[in-house]
Ligand binder design. Sequence first.
Ligand code: C2E
Ligand code: MG
Ligand code: MG
Ligand code: MG
Length: 287
Amino acid sequence: HAKQQGRGASLVFRPGMNEAIEKRRALEADLDLAIARGEFELYLQPRVNAVTADVVAYEALLRWNHPQRGLVSPGEFIPVAEASGQIVALGEWVIAEACRLSHGLEGRRISVNVSPLQFRASRFLVRLGEMLKETGTQASQIELEITESVLIDDDKRALQVLDELKRMGFDVALDDFGTGYSSLSYLSRYPFDTIKIDRSFVSNLGVVDSAQVIVRSIIALGNGLGMQIVAEGVETIEEALFLTQAGCDELQGYLLGRPVPVGDRLTEVRPAIGMQLKGMAEAAHRG
Ligand code: C2E
Ligand code: MG
Ligand code: MG
Ligand code: MG
């Protein structure tokens, strides 16, 4: 009986597994056509100066308007594209589009996420150079965001690519800092311009006692090494005020502005927040 039950259970389980595989295959097939069909779109989220609340840059975030499924989130399709290799072509579309958009941002920079596979692709540097030329974009307008997972695999090659990116004039940011293996040695070994403190630390600020100490330490360390510090996922005024006081350079998050389609009023930051940040900064300056 037990054997029969076991068989029954596995039979019940199987359709679900097949469904997941089928869904993945379908996504993969759809991804192949999606670029040509113009189903992708970049949304822009403002990064603001933590003292003045001026918008200083935008992060480009990929959105897929799927004809049947509606808006599919990058959390769902980026891993599929990364596993299949499709991320290389898709990532190139993102960078080319960001280059084109950069001309309409009144001198503000645009930051672009680069996936590990894309970063390691042999044509990455060559294609970057070509895209700058094709779109008439200065590398200094673009910041490339990479995560630690890029660095773990192949230390030497990663360093070569990063050095070449710097030589070409790009800024490079370490995204989601504090989440992966986060070894502090990365910060001195690789030429990062910017550290983005992961949202999980920011959302813990008012909740977990140690979060304030950790965030202060990351800011001190990054600033000490001459890097810009950006806090991700800032949702409350309390978080913003803490980060500003702690010496964070830029804030990004729903409080300052959600990712919006290009063409929406991009530079609008809720004025009250700007006033509060300015007031804090001035008080700190006087004191
Ligand atoms: P990320 O690069 O760390 O981007 C930040 C994510 O946090 C974005 O999610 C953004 O919408 C979200 N976010 C921003 N502010 C807040 C906030 O205040 N609260 C909360 N709860 N969330 C906030 P999104 O757009 O869904 O993207 C998720 C991830 O997908 C990105 O994380 C990035 O790793 C990846 N991704 C997005 N676009 C691209 C792309 O063009 N290429 C690659 N390779 N990856 C991308
Ligand atoms: Mg990012
Ligand atoms: Mg991030
Ligand atoms: Mg994050």
